[in-house]
Design a protein around this ligand. Structure first.
Ligand SMILES: [Ca+2]
Ligand SMILES: [Ca+2]
Length: 286
């Protein structure tokens, strides 16, 4: 009888314990990128999401800016992975594999909002197989095939956003086709991830692809077309991260010598077309 009494008391006691559901809050407006300008180029980025882990447990993917409740207080290990839109597609959100995580011990206080601005950088074992920011004397792209124009330097401050120059492509009814490719071969690894990053502004469709050099044969594989040309008066710089690995690792490739090409043709409804590019990075593991 006595043991039953203790048992019942224990149940009542547990039932009476109210969990304190007063949350703390976490607010992140943006994640910033820090780069080594010489080896990694400009710090432009389009980090849109924070993938959040608290004491290694996932707390979801949050598009910035956001404020979220956290049912914890006191010191905890907060880990944040920077997230991007893969291939520019809103429905295709990933942790960018080449940016490092942000990690810190933080202190949550109930009803208080912890505001952080994580600064991340490229991982130590990452390198740029190509870095063209149009700041030095040469341009790493040359025209080929039927192209009747090329990428030129643009230094108009009303156009340039990153550094003092960008690349510009002008199309008109006379010179209506652009086809340019990287001057030197890129040594890419078929077994590991690889992305191209690109800042661009365009009022004409353009696309790009991967070249695989199989001995004397140049195999062009289209990757992506940027169809949503912008209105000339309202053009804005955008950034895109494109995964190249699918093309690099295509079964027909037996090479490690690759290139990138850009192509464009004057859109039918246009009498001129302008495409501006900057910070062209081909990012891979060392
Ligand atoms: Ca530049
Ligand atoms: Ca250059």
């Amino acid at each position: 009888m006595r043991s039953l009494y203790i048992f019942i008391s224990a149940i009542v006691l547990i039932g009476c314990q109210q969990e304190d559901l007063t949350p703390s809050f976490l607010r992140i407006d943006s994640i910033e990128l820090s780069t080594d300008g010489t080896t990694e180029g400009d710090d432009s980025h389009d980090i849109v999401d924070a993938w959040i882990y608290l004491d290694n447990a996932p707390l979801g993917v949050h598009e910035m800016p956001f404020v979220m409740p956290v049912l914890e207080e006191g010191e905890h290990q907060l880990t944040i992975f920077p997230g991007i839109k893969k291939n520019g597609i809103s429905a295709s959100r990933i942790i960018y594999p080449f940016y490092d995580r942000w990690e810190a011990t933080v202190n949550f206080v109930k009803e208080d909002t912890l505001v952080i601005t994580p600064v991340v950088s490229y991982k130590n074992n990452v390198e740029m197989a190509l870095l063209e920011d149009f700041e030095d004397a040469g341009i790493d792209f040359v025209k080929y095939g039927e192209s009747d124009t090329s990428i030129q330097f643009v230094d108009d401050p009303s156009i340039v956003k990153y550094g003092s120059k960008c690349g510009g492509i002008s199309l008109n009814t006379e010179d209506s086709i652009l086809l340019v490719k990287t001057i030197s071969n890129l040594n890419l690894d078929r077994t590991n991830d690889c992305f191209i990053e690109l800042d661009y502004m365009n009022n004409n469709t353009f696309g790009f692809g991967l070249i695989a050099y199989e001995g004397p044969v140049q195999l062009d594989q289209p990757i992506l077309y940027i169809w949503n040309a912008q209105n000339n008066a309202e053009m804005q710089w955008k950034k895109i991260y494109i995964n190249l690995w699918e093309e690099v690792s295509a079964p027909l490739n037996t090479t490690s010598a690759y290139g990138i090409y850009f192509l464009s043709r004057l859109d039918e409804e246009n009498s001129f077309g302008n495409i501006y590019v900057d910070n062209i990075k081909i990012v891979k593991y060392q």
